[in-house]
Design a binder for this molecule. Structure first.
Ligand code: HEC
Length: 242
């Protein structure tokens, strides 16, 4: 088993290697996107659907229509969850972090977590190809370490894991960030999970109904449908604890 110091120094040298690559024509700023993008799977699904709509990827209208599809899903997601720099919870959801704390957590996430877990939490940050096990992908909505019983973890369980780190994986401890920041970071992880799952639902809706189908209250309705599905699923699967 590797010690924490060994893991840290491996990650450091990998990052240094990436910086060197940056110097030789590969731009590191592209590896760490400054804003959220759609997952590769979503892009593939939208690509297939738009190709079908316009008569194939060779058709003149394809590129434009594909860009429209991606932009409409991204705009709906931004309405619900804000941006990577200024995230917020969708309207109608209460009892979570104050917006200022979420914005702070987003900045800390970008500095401390993105290079492993990726800006969107897909587990695909620039260091991820070099790590075994790979950094967790929050988008699948399953958390074996912090919610082994199924459903979404409680912020406190994520906070405890962050404080200790994961010795046998390469995740360092983050106790130095302080209790309040760790709780806010836990909220950010849960926000990323919701955002990714709702992305899937929005892409489904676009594929079914086509351009202009994600306007007005539609994104919020899709989000609320997802929330109530989750609530029912965890009612069925997990024992009530409090
Ligand atoms: C050096 C890479 C690295 C960094 C940096 C890192 N993680 Fe991780 N993280 C991992 C790995 C590896 C795992 C374990 C994956 C597994 O269990 O297969 C993990 C697991 C997790 C899990 C557990 C998911 C579950 O199973 O419940 C959470 C939550 C998490 N990370 C959040 C964070 C947050 C928040 C940050 C920033 C404060 C962070 N991580 C920084 C690599 C990293």
């Amino acid at each position: 088993m590797q010690t924490l110091f060994q893991s840290l120094s491996i990650v450091r040298s990998l990052l240094f290697g990436l910086l060197l690559l940056g110097g030789s024509g590969c731009d590191l700023s592209q590896a760490v996107p400054s804003d959220w993008v759609l997952s590769k799977t979503s892009q593939e699904r939208l690509r297939e659907r738009t190709a079908e709509m316009v008569g194939g990827e060779e058709a003149a209208a394809f590129r434009g229509q594909f860009e429209v599809a991606k932009a409409e899903v991204l705009t709906a997601l931004e309405t619900l969850f804000g941006t990577a720099q200024a995230p917020h919870w969708p309207m109608g959801r209460s009892g979570d972090e104050a917006p200022t704390l979420l914005v702070e957590a987003a900045a800390v996430y970008q500095a401390e977590c993105t290079h492993c877990h990726g800006a969107e939490g897909f587990g695909n940050g620039p260091s991820s190809p070099f790590l075994e096990p790979a950094p967790w992908n929050f988008s699948i909505g399953v958390f074996p370490r912090t919610a082994p019983q199924g459903g979404l973890p409680k912020p406190k369980d994520i906070k405890d894991l962050l404080a200790y780190g994961i010795d046998e994986a390469s995740m360092p401890p983050f106790e130095r960030l302080g209790e309040e920041t760790l709780i806010a970071l836990s909220g950010h992880v849960l926000l990323l999970t919701r955002r990714a799952q709702v992305e899937w639902a929005l892409v489904d809706a676009w594929i079914k109904a086509g351009p202009n189908s994600l306007q007005g209250d539609k994104p919020l309705e899709i989000y609320q449908a997802w929330e109530s599905e989750m609530a029912n699923a965890s009612k069925n699967n997990t024992p009530v604890q409090d």
